[in-house]
Ligand binder design. Structure first.
Ligand code: GLC
Length: 550
């Protein structure tokens, strides 16, 4: 069995400020989170990914940092954070944090110094141009909210580069002192006890920006350097990066081509994410099959992190315009549900019409396909979005714990809350919360707990290979399998609405005592695999064999 913990993990992503508020100031905090670790253990989570925890003017939900060596005082003290690491570790939960070093906030003392004078020791920590770069209206990440990637700074009397908002100046990774500082930041948090980092905007970090060149070269060597550094400091630390790039550019992020991964351990599987959405929208598995086929083979030791929803909009930019429109029509029919012309700012439950069968199907797919599953907080109870909030805030509302005021998130007055709790309609906290689902054995939360526990007994999922089984299956049905030395699992998913029968007797020779270990309902025993029933939106996890040696 692989001892790389990250390929068997269940990662849970949360924003401390919207999770639990322990001191009644309206903002979630570390102590509140410590109080809910047992909830996360019961759910089956083995690794927490915390969205940025540093001091910030909060103009991009913390992705605009003013001090990389401290925690946002609203969340508690560094001591509270160390206590969180300890308490999580006691329960077998690892913690990784966002590493947001493509840019800083414009309020960061480094940038304040850099802009103040050409002689500042921090001047070259950022990317400047004396002239207006002709490509300054290209490469924006937030079209509609950002109209340039170079802005003129009157204090500096020069143009500075910012891949994201203008208040997020890019750090200059070509500067060896910046590289050293980034390494120092990682060393600091590893020393405190984090198990690794979610690297924000990886392709932009390594960009060696040249004014006037919209396709500036990339320095992949920095990723090799960073990996070496991190691994020396903590051998089992993981680097999980956001790199939403074309398939033929992916492998460079994992490795320098030497056969095993010596750069990043994991990448989010954006490619599969878009195709999963398309497949669900069409009720047809073909886009998933294509994604499994078209993605390059990974170097050994490298893994995918698989997700349906994250803290951002669903990014459909890798689909064709036609495919994107299909997904928009099905899951984001109203203009207010869409963002930046490429994405959907909704949570999964409302997207799928709060249809429990379809939700289970979607999550069963996510958790059984290749890679390590990443779950966004609140998805386990099927939370909704608040489209009256601007941009991405729609999907960043507080966790709904109970029937108490503010859904048990905070005892503060409503006006004091960091963000309003969803209070009305079928997704309001009086209808939808953790406590209510605890009292209901058939709840989505209960389903997630059972599903994750079953997954824990199937180590070949995530750590092993994931392959599409090319058999003649009824339309709408995806058959795939997971294999490694510990055993083999077979998965059937019906993305369509019709009840079907699937004949998989060609796989019977590979099975010892095949049996259902998890399914949307009780089915007849699998027998010789020649007449497997599958309900509309149904799924079956069938164990083919298991090595007694594990
Ligand atoms: C990443 C984050 C996003 C943030 C951006 C800038 O894409 O996921 O939330 O706005 O980086 O840091």
């Amino acid at each position: 069995m692989s001892d790389r913990w990250y390929s068997k993990a269940v990662i849970y992503c949360l924003d401390v400020d919207t999770y639990v508020d322990s001191d009644g100031d309206g903002v979630g905090d570390f102590r509140g989170l410590i109080g809910r670790l047992d909830y996360l253990v019961r759910l089956g989570v083995t690794c927490l990914w915390l969205n940025p925890i540093h001091p910030t003017p909060d103009r991009d939900d913390g992705y605009d940092v003013t001090d990389f060596y401290a925690v946002d005082p609203r969340y508690g003290t560094l001591g509270d954070f160390a206590e969180l690491l300890h308490q999580a570790g006691n329960r077998g939960i690892r913690v990784i944090i966002d590493l947001v070093v493509n840019h800083t906030s414009d309020q960061h003392p480094w940038f304040q110094s850099a802009r103040s004078s050409p002689d500042s020791p921090y001047r070259d920590w950022y990317v400047w141009s004396a002239e207006a770069p002709p490509d300054r209206h290209q490469g924006m990440v937030f079209p509609g909210e950002q109209d340039e990637t170079w802005s003129y700074d009157r204090t500096a009397k020069a143009w500075y580069y910012h891949r994201f908002y203008r208040f997020q100046p890019d750090l200059n990774v070509a500067n060896p002192r910046v590289r050293e500082e980034i390494k120092k930041i990682t060393a600091f948090w590893l020393q405190l006890g984090v198990s690794g980092f979610r690297i924000d905007a990886a392709p932009f970090i390594i960009e060696l920006t040249e004014p006037g060149n919209p396709n500036s070269p990339k320095d992949f060597e920095f990723l090799t350097e960073l990996r070496q550094h991190v691994q020396w400091r903590r051998a089992d630390a993981v680097l999980l990066a956001e790199a939403n790039v074309e398939p033929d550019g992916l492998v460079d992020y994992f490795s320098d081509g030497g056969g095993s991964s010596n750069r990043l351990h994991m990448l989010f599987d954006f490619m599969l994410n878009g195709r999963l959405m398309l497949a669900l929208a069409r009720r047809d598995p073909e886009p998933i099959i294509e994604a499994l086929r078209d993605t390059p083979a990974l170097p050994s030791g490298a893994s995918w992190a698989t997700f349906l929803r994250n803290h951002d909009e669903i990014d459909l930019s890798r689909l064709t315009a036609e495919q994107r429109n299909e997904v928009f029509e099905e899951f984001g029919p109203d203009e207010e549900m869409r963002l930046y012309g490429r994405g959907i700012r909704r949570r999964l439950a409302p997207m799928l019409g709060n249809d429990r069968r379809r939700l289970e199907l979607a999550y069963s797919l996510q958790f059984t396909l290749r890679g390590t599953p990443v779950l966004r907080y609140g998805e386990e109870i099927g939370m909704g979005e608040d489209l009256s909030l601007p941009g991405r805030e729609a999907i960043r509302t507080p966790m709904q714990w109970s029937y108490l005021p503010n859904g048990g998130f905070s005892s503060a007055e409503v006006e004091q809350l960091v963000r309003p709790v969803i209070a009305d309609g079928e997704f309001g906290y009086e209808k939808l919360n953790v406590t209510a689902q605890r009292h209901d054995p058939g709840s989505l939360l209960g389903w997630f707990e059972r599903m994750i526990r079953t997954l824990r007994e199937a180590p070949e999922v995530g750590a092993g290979s994931c392959t599409y089984v090319d058999v003649l299956a009824p339309p709408g049905v995806l058959v795939h399998r997971a294999d490694d030395a510990s055993g083999a699992m077979l998965f059937l998913h019906n993305l369509g609405t019709d009840r079907v029968t699937v004949d998989l007797q060609s796989l019977a020779g590979d099975a010892e005592f095949p049996n259902d270990v998890f399914a949307d309902q009780e089915y007849d025993p699998v027998g010789k695999l020649d007449a497997l029933e599958l309900a509309g939106y149904g799924y079956r996890w069938i164990r083919l064999h298991r090595s007694p040696a594990g």
